[in-house]
Design a binder for this molecule. Structure first.
Ligand code: FAQ
Length: 328
């Protein structure tokens, strides 16, 4: 219902004020670090950029449930199973906050889901890789949620109010996810030789995809400059990637493991790690939908949507009856 109302907010039909004044007022609010709220006037391109980013983020959360959901029945203990169940459920919740935030911009849930299912909308590359062993589940919590936190902490100060507020709770939950993943790996890294080898193998396979999650390098990031100007993004892709590498390398070493990057080296002068070249060909292939598990992920999402049709129908029927009763 929010959507219908908001779709009427057309900058061309904005009140009698000069659009330039509206733009100036909008930019002044952004520059003053005030939140832009759903009913505030905003440039159409700002609205579209937010719908793109927030819906892609929402899709990533729900597609991201699949690689870990795959391990719920195979978790090695009741405790790990309960933790994993809670984590996967949290990711579903994050998707819901984010879809709701995008709906306040005038995009309907159906449109967004349809864009995902038809392959028009993107979701994070990271969820197109398979989870082969239990160590992968630890590595996802630690590295993937760890990268997600690095990216999402600044988004708590993004300029669009509903997105920023959704990020506050998401970041708290991701922080628990990250710790449980690292905790699972600490146990294995102190276990048998076979368990240690599993941890190293998981790091070898997840390290590069995790650092690619931050997106293309700044030179090749078409959206960054405008998003930074609008304070949608507060830091660039490369800045966040560097922060993640600097924070995570010591954690790899603490596990007694190796970072699978022959060029990784602490640079005293920069105060940062230098790191090797990313395989951008692989990144863009995965973005294009050619990742190892891309087909499987989309099939699982479409099936979940079709299987859940009866729930949506039941909810609609319940709401219609409630309204009828209220009217009577
Ligand atoms: N995968 O110009 P930029 C999580 C696309 S949540 C796929 O730099 P932008 C939690 C990008 O969309 C993970 N596509 O774009 C969890 C753009 O395409 P477009 C998701 C990517 O938007 C954990 C094009 O490349 N997090 O993991 C990727 O300024 C465990 C050019 O790129 C978010 O979505 C990629 N990795 O910056 C869940 C955070 N990177 O749309 C379950 C919010 C870039 O122009 C289990 N999003 N592209 O056709 C953001 O911060 C930004 O959108 C970036 C990309 C940084 C991802």
């Amino acid at each position: 219902m929010y959507t219908t109302e908001l779709q009427k907010v057309d900058p061309q039909q904005a009140p009698s004020r000069d659009p330039q004044e509206l733009v100036d007022a909008f930019e002044a609010r952004v520059a003053a670090d005030a939140f832009i709220e759903p009913k505030d006037w905003m440039p159409e391109a700002y609205r579209r950029t937010l719908i793109r980013q927030i819906s892609q983020h929402a899709h990533s959360e729900i597609v991201g449930m699949l690689p870990e959901g795959n391990w719920i029945t195979r978790a090695p203990s009741l405790k790990r199973k309960a933790i994993l169940l809670a984590k996967v459920q949290d990711e579903g919740g994050h998707g819901l906050y984010l879809y709701s935030a995008a709906e306040t911009l005038g995009s309907s849930r159906e449109e967004m889901i349809d864009a995902l299912h038809s392959g028009k909308a993107k979701y994070s590359t990271i969820f197109n890789y398979p989870t082969l062993t239990w160590a992968d589940i630890g590595a996802i919590g630690w590295l993937v949620d760890g990268a997600a936190i690095m990216n999402q902490v600044p988004l708590q100060r993004t300029s669009y109010g509903p997105y920023a507020r959704a990020m506050v709770r998401v970041c708290k939950e991701e922080s628990f996810h990250q710790r449980q993943g690292y905790d699972a790996l600490i146990v294995m890294a102190n276990g048998t030789d076979e368990q240690k080898a599993m941890v190293q193998d998981a790091i070898d396979r997840w390290w590069w995809p995790a650092i690619m999650m931050f997106g293309p390098s700044d030179d090749n990031s078409p959206n960054s400059a405008q998003s930074i100007r609008w304070r949608i993004k507060r830091e660039t892709n490369d800045e966040l990637r560097q922060k993640f590498i600097d924070a995570t390398v010591p954690q790899v070493l603490l596990l007694g493991m190796k970072v699978p990057d022959a060029d990784l080296k602490w640079n005293e002068e920069r105060g940062h790690y230098d790191y090797g070249a990313l395989d951008w060909e692989e990144f863009y292939a995965v973005v294009r939908g050619e990742g190892p598990t891309a087909k499987e992920r989309m099939e699982a999402r479409r099936k979940a949507w079709d299987d859940g049709a009866w729930v949506r129908e039941a909810a609609d029927a319940y709401e219609a009856r409630r309204r009828l009763k209220a009217a009577a």
